[in-house]
Structure formats: structure tokens, C-alpha cells
Design a protein around this ligand. Structure first.
Ligand SMILES: Cc1cc2nc3c(=O)[nH]c(=O)nc-3n(C[C@H](O)[C@H](O)[C@H](O)COP(=O)(O)OP(=O)(O)OC[C@H]3O[C@@H](n4cnc5c(N)ncnc54)[C@H](O)[C@@H]3O)c2cc1C
Length: 485
């Protein structure tokens, strides 16, 4: 059964399905049989089951993803109601008051050569870390853009990603994939799976298009996880013991007036048992509350969300807001690629969107498939193992980074914040790193992989934004003298 891999079938037409299709089709030209070699990419999407419809903050990686797919950034901005995202501004995470800090996308000045954190330490009472090492926090505060109107598409003065309308984005990607990249789109419900002798998926059965055969199946069916979960029974490994949030209330809120400024960063405001995201699009704001149902009731979470909307938008906006409840089980699959099936997006797993890490995982997963597309069935198991090892590592690092935001908090106002600092809920590797950082600032050497999702710069922004103290060095380093000169 060592056949070549030239028919890919994606199940699911949410952001994960269309991004995966676009990334793979941008790398592998879809060709007809007349050339003697064919490659075909089909998306099967239910006409009845809606997409999750949230997921409105991206990483800067989305710029090169869209560019590689041949998308005009101007068209993207227009059609997806997109705005700039330069990072996240955290409010109330330290003490529950009005205090703020930011995690900008631009690394500290000179980041590849010098670690500025020890040089900032003596001035920490006068200036915050991000303000001292990057111009981007000032742009956040002034709601300025990361580039000028004359800056070419995708180029930047300071690094940026996007805020976007998730519904419009999936539709925009669909149109581009079908019209420009040759992806086949089938609207049908998947009703069953036909197995091959070796246990692979031979075909998916649909209600209106019969059986659809493929060599590689990508499960982008969202939380349903039709292929990786229902069919192959690959378990979801819960991370609820580390990251407690498992419910979101999402609202879309109109601006109070046309002259309201659009924030150029995501606002993340800590609450009694969770946090509220606030994303500014040109057309509306997306505001939602992510919380732990073990620590909060829906009623209280809803009250906190409405009071935030009343305070930051208007009382009228709060009175007319409608909310959608989304439940999720924080965690990820024990493996993502099994036999000839790989899960991407919500079917692979999900943890709270504190650092918007879901879409970037979709981009990275689809890029690895596109770059390392197995030539034939025999080599697929090797690629699958490498894929699983890489993404299990990435999930662990994301979980540790998100947990860092909680364990540094000094909030005492609820069980939620106290439980988050309980040693039993903190991964060992994170505990060790935090202990290390009491004596030396985070730096490139702390990580094992060259393509870490969160570089040491991100750890520095969060640690020092949260008032973490690293003891000054007891020796004077030669590099310090050079840096001060
Ligand atoms: C509250 C919340 C906030 C989030 N915020 C962010 C954020 O800021 N940044 C970020 O990166 N991510 C965020 N995410 C995650 C992000 O929303 C998802 O990763 C992204 O939308 C991808 O979803 P998906 O395509 O995997 O699933 P879905 O959007 O659920 O799509 C599933 C698809 O499968 C199809 N399907 C299901 N069953 C069948 C069937 N039987 N037959 C055929 N088709 C079927 C459906 O029709 C649909 O097209 C957030 C998630 C939540 C819950």
C-alpha cells in the first residue's frame, strides 16, 4: 500500500480548515491529470453546522501566511474588517486595580545581541520594562498604528498581527482558496468513515456527495473532532488542573460613536475568576469573558462582562448586549497525527485564548504538513512521529507561558487566584524556570529549540510587567561595562 500522497481531504470549513487549505495549496500547485502528475485538495464542510465564530486575534506570523497565499493585505483589511494588533495590554493582573503592563510583539531593542533586562533593573522604579526597551508600548497607549500609510503591504515599523472578524475571514479565505488556488469545496455532512485494511481512512461518507476518497485526511471539524476523536478515539489530555478556564461568554458591541478610537492591541482585563478580552475592529468591538466554571457562576461572569461594557463602551451598549456561551475542555490530543489523519484547530485541542495561540498553531501545523508532505504512505509514519513530537513540545511550552501570567499575580481576592498559585497546579519545568529567573534574567539559553513559540523576550515582558524581581548579579560582567559605555 505504498502509494503516493496526492489527494488531501480536509473535513471542516472553519478558520482552521481554510487556513490549512490555503497554506498547503500555496506550497503545492493543484494540477489536473493531463500533466501525468496530479495533486488535489478538497474541503468538505457541513452546510448545517456553524463554525465556532470566535478567534479574532492573530500573531504577526499571519502576515507571512497571507502573503505566501498571494493575498493582498489591502483586500484582507477591507473584507475581514481587520485592524492592527501590536500585542496585549494587561490590566488588573497584578493586584486587581487599574495597574497595566504590556506584552508587545516587537522584541526589546538589540534583542539578538544584548540582554537589556539586567541593564533596566536599576531603573525599575522609574520606568516599566516594556517602556524602557521598546517604543511599542507608547504606540499602544496613543492608539497609533505600527506603520505609516505609505509603508508597503506586510512591511512594518514595529511588528504587528491582526484583529479580524472571524466569520468574514473564513469566507474571505474560502473565496481565495477556491478561485485562486484551485481548492475544491464540497458542502456536505460527513456521516461515516470507510476504513482501509491497514486501519487508515480510505474515504469519508457524506450525505449528499457519496464517498470521498483521499490519501491524507485533515480533521478540522472543530470541537466535534470527527476523525481524530470519534473515529480514531485519540484521547484529549486535559490541562484543566493547570489552566482552569473552561467557559467563555462572547459579545459583539457597537462603538458608542463613530469617533471612538480603535485600540491597536488586545485588552485583557483580569476579573474575579477569569479575564475579559476586548478586541477593536473598525466595525465593532468583540468583548468576551473567559472564566473557570469551578470558580464562577454564569450569572456572576455575565454581570462582570456587562459592567465592563457599561464602563468602557456605554450603559446602552451593556443593556442591549447579547452573549453567546462557549464551553471548552482545556487540553490537547495525546497525539495529533494518527495513521493517515492529522488534526488541526479545535479538533487538536484548545486552551484559553490569553495569548491568541490557537490560530498560530493552525498556521504552524499546516506549514509543517505543506513543507514535509510525505511523498508516499511508507514515509508518512515517520513524518507523523516528528509532527507529534514537535507539537506536543509546543503545547507544553504554550501551557507554561500562559500559566506564568497567573502564578505571578498577587491577587488575593478569590479562590481562583489563590488556586492558580497552588504549587500542585504549576508544571515542574515552569517552577524551575521561575526559580532560575530569580537569579538571572530570561535569555535565549533558557529554551531548547531554535523556533520556540514564545521567545525569552516574551517571558521578560510578562515577568517584569508583573513586577517580578531578578536579583542583581554579584559580579560585574564585562558585557555590562561595554553596554554602559
Ligand atoms: C472564546 C474563544 C476565543 C478565541 N479567541 C482566539 C483568538 O483570539 N485567537 C486565536 O488564535 N484563536 C482563538 N480562538 C480559537 C479559534 O476560534 C479557533 O482555533 C479557530 O476558530 C479554528 O476553529 P476550527 O476551524 O478548528 O473549528 P470551527 O470553527 O468549529 O469549524 C468546524 C468546521 O467543521 C465543520 N463540521 C463539523 N461537523 C461536520 C460534519 N459532520 N461534516 C462536515 N463538516 C463538519 C463545521 O461545519 C465547521 O465548518 C478562540 C476560541 C474560543 C472558544
Amino acid at each position: 500500500m505504498n502509494h503516493t500522497i496526492n489527494r488531501i481531504v480536509i473535513v471542516g470549513g472553519g478558520t482552521a480548515g481554510w487556513l490549512s487549505a490555503g497554506i498547503i495549496a500555496a506550497e503545492h500547485r493543484i494540477t489536473a491529470d493531463s500533466t501525468g502528475h496530479s495533486f488535489d485538495l478538497t474541503i468538505v464542510e457541513s452546510p448545517d453546522i456553524p463554525t465556532i465564530g470566535v478567534g479574532e486575534g492573530t500573531w504577526p506570523s499571519m502576515r507571512s501566511t497571507l502573503q505566501k497565499m498571494g493575498i493582498s493585505e489591502t483586500d484582507f483589511f477591507r473584507e475581514c474588517s481587520a485592524s492592527f494588533k501590536q500585542g496585549t495590554l494587561f490590566k488588573g493582573w497584578r493586584n486587581g486595580g487599574d495597574e497595566t503592563y504590556c506584552h508587545p510583539f516587537s522584541a526589546p531593542h538589540g534583542y539578538t545581541e544584548v540582554n537589556l533586562a539586567p541593564h533596566w533593573q536599576p531603573s525599575r522604579d522609574q520606568i516599566g520594562f516594556a517602556d524602557a526597551v521598546s517604543p511599542q508600548s507608547a504606540l499602544f497607549a496613543d492608539r497609533q498604528a505600527p506603520k505609516q500609510i505609505s509603508t508597503p503591504e506586510y512591511a512594518f515599523n514595529v511588528n504587528y498581527g491582526y484583529h479580524l472578524d472571524a466569520g468574514k475571514f473564513a469566507e474571505f479565505l474560502r473565496k481565495h482558496c477556491v478561485e485562486k488556488l484551485g481548492v475544491t469545496h464540497i458542502k456536505a455532512n460527513v456521516t461515516g468513515i470507510n476504513s482501509a485494511e491497514n486501519g487508515d481512512i480510505a474515504a469519508i461518507e457524506t450525505d449528499s456527495h457519496g464517498a470521498i476518497e483521499g490519501d491524507l485526511f485533515i480533521d478540522c471539524s472543530g470541537q466535534r473532532a470527527l476523525l481524530i476523536g470519534d473515529h480514531f478515539d485519540i484521547p484529549l489530555q486535559s490541562k484543566h488542573n493547570i489552566l482552569f478556564n473552561n467557559t467563555a461568554l462572547a459579545a459583539q458591541v457597537a462603538y458608542d460613536s463613530d469617533s471612538d478610537a480603535i485600540e491597536s492591541c488586545t485588552l485583557s482585563t483580569a476579573q474575579s475568576a477569569g479575564w475579559i478580552w476586548d478586541i477593536g475592529l473598525p466595525t465593532r468591538r468583540g468583548i468576551g469573558h473567559v472564566y473557570s466554571s469551578d470558580h464562577n457562576t454564569e450569572e456572576r461572569a455575565s454581570d462582570e462582562l456587562l459592567s465592563y461594557i457599561a464602563k468602557t463602551v456605554s450603559k446602552n451598549a451593556a443593556a442591549s448586549a447579547t452573549m453567546r456561551k462557549v464551553h471548552f475542555s482545556p487540553g490537547h490530543r495525546a497525539k495529533f497525527w494518527h495513521k493517515n489523519c492529522v488534526a488541526i484547530g479545535m479538533s487538536a485541542g484548545f486552551i484559553e485564548p490569553l495569548e491568541a495561540s490557537a490560530l498560530v498553531l493552525v498556521e504552524l501545523s499546516a506549514s509543517m504538513i505543506a513543507e514535509q508532505l510525505p511523498a508516499n504512505r511508507d514515509v508518512m509514519d515517520l513524518v507523523a512521529k516528528r509532527f507529534n513530537d514537535k507539537f506536543l513540545y509546543r503545547w507544553d511550552r504554550i501551557i507554561e507561558f500562559l500559566k506564568l501570567h497567573y502564578i505571578l499575580s498577587q491577587r488575593q481576592d478569590s479562590e481562583y487566584w489563590r488556586d492558580n498559585r497552588d504549587a500542585a497546579s504549576i508544571p515542574d519545568n515552569l517552577r524551575d524556570l521561575v526559580e532560575l529567573w530569580r537569579h538571572q534574567s530570561p535569555w535565549h539559553r533558557d529554551t531548547n529549540s531554535a523556533d520556540e513559540m514564545f521567545p525569552s523576550a516574551s517571558f521578560q515582558y510578562v515577568l517584569y510587567g508583573m513586577d517580578f524581581e531578578t536579583q542583581p548579579s554579584t559580579t560585574q560582567r564585562r558585557s555590562d561595562v561595554i553596554a554602559q559605555a
